[in-house]
Design a protein around this ligand. Structure first.
Ligand code: HGY
Ligand code: MN
Ligand code: MN
Ligand code: MN
Length: 402
């Protein structure tokens, strides 16, 4: 059965879209994520591919015998950030099925994968499925993760019919993969101003997430004199403003995009403000410098406000430089066929970045005229999506048959 890209896309696209915001709410092990996983399973079975779910919940569809150990695998993720765009993740999985349909049987097995919980929107750590498989997230740490309602990752997995006691490193599964190619919408505008609908990833910036806890003293908003307050919101707000300035000076990126306030009452000075810093830079020294500067400034301001600041590193990804032989081979193929495929660095993390520590990995980017991502305005034209499928099919055939 060879469904073209559009019919596959129309099947999956409406799942988890919020009618109000137009964004997607597909959070790991939740209802919409479950529907997307059912879609993946049905597509695999409709093609007669061998369907499997691994110990960490990642879904696989195989053509040929992956035990050979040199499979060519493509895919991405189906979960989203809160009110995310339609393409981040799903474009890679839908394109994988559409491309595999066009690749003739060759010597090497072909696989399609959906990595679970790439965005970390529900439990806070990104790329849970690929990090567990590669051992860069321990099962012990993963079992401590909780969502905003206090539901733990094991409870969520159990409710979705998965055994949380099974999670952990999966070297046997990674040993099956000879090469992994992830197609992803570009999260930026580098391609938008070029004649090329498809680019090739060169590197992923070092990046990470840090949780800043600002501990103050809860009190009455209407009776506590200003000079008597220990208001963590003040320290938090100053930290956010300072982070922007420090990032600009360092040539880095710093975002405080998520915050929790306790007890979160209009007429009460909070006792705790919890903010998450997402920081990224082209190299590790710059990243470390900007995070350290933001942390130091937070503590200094906390000292003046009577607020104690604790900082916890939640996750970190080192600089990823994709396999140059594989990257250059794909860039050369796409240039020969289509006149060019720009090499692009990115600040966005991907499962391909996590996997690159264990297997030869490459990424293809599809042009995004808005450049926007992690928001409903994220977009790719039908023509460019088709160009992405064509490029992916050509790349897969090159790897499978030659
Ligand atoms: O946050 C990221 O860079 C990715 O989209 N998970
Ligand atoms: Mn994303
Ligand atoms: Mn993504
Ligand atoms: Mn990804």
């Amino acid at each position: 059965m060879a469904d073209g890209f559009l019919s596959l896309w129309r099947d999956l696209e409406p799942i988890g879209r919020d009618a109000g915001s137009g964004g997607y709410r597909r959070f790991a092990w939740g209802g919409a994520d479950g529907e997307c996983r059912d879609w993946f399973r049905d597509q695999a079975r409709a093609r007669g591919l061998r369907y499997e779910v691994d110990r960490n919940g990642n879904q696989w569809a195989w053509r040929g015998d992956p035990e050979r150990g040199d499979a060519v695998v493509t895919g991405s993720h189906l979960d989203s950030v809160p009110d995310g765009g339609a393409f981040d993740g799903p474009l890679g999985v839908v394109s994988a099925f559409a491309a595999v349909d066009r690749v003739p049987d060759g010597g090497r097995p072909l696989g399609i994968v959906n990595f679970t919980d790439e965005e970390g929107a529900r439990f806070g750590v990104a790329c849970v499925g690929s990090r567990l498989a590669t051992g860069t997230l321990t099962p012990e740490r993963a079992r401590t993760l909780r969502d905003a309602q206090g539901i733990s990752l094991p409870q969520a997995m159990e409710r979705a019919g998965r055994d949380p006691d099974a999670i952990g490193p999966d070297p046997e599964r990674l040993a099956r993969i000879g090469a992994f190619v992830e197609l992803h919408i570009e999260q930026g505008r580098a391609l938008a101003d070029t004649p090329h609908p498809v680019g090739v990833a060169s590197a992923i910036w070092p990046h990470g997430r840090w949780r800043f806890d600002f501990h103050g003293a809860a009190n009455h908003a209407g009776t506590t004199r200003l000079e008597d307050r220990r208001d963590p919101m003040l320290t938090y707000a100053t930290t956010v403003l300072g982070a922007r300035k420090k990032a600009r000076l360092a040539g880095a990126l710093a975002t405080f995009g998520k915050v929790a306030v306790e007890p979160n009452g209009v007429n009460a000075i909070p006792s705790l403000v919890r903010g998450w810093l997402d920081a990224r830079a082209a190299d590790r020294p710059t990243l470390d410098t900007v995070v350290a500067a933001i942390e130091q400034a937070a503590r200094e301001r906390g000292g003046r406000d009577g607020v104690t600041v604790t900082v916890t590193e939640e996750s970190r990804t080192a600089l990823v430089e994709f396999d140059t032989a594989l990257r250059d081979r794909l860039a050369a193929l796409l240039t020969e066929r289509h006149g060019g495929a720009p090499l692009l660095p990115t600040g966005a993390g991907h499962d391909a970045g996590i996997l690159s520590a264990a297997v030869p990995t490459a990424m293809l980017y599809v042009r995004n005229p808005t450049g926007v991502s992690h928001a409903p305005a994220e977009h790719a034209t039908e023509d460019d999506c088709e160009a992405g499928v064509t490029a992916l099919a050509e790349v897969l055939e090159e790897l499978v048959c030659r």
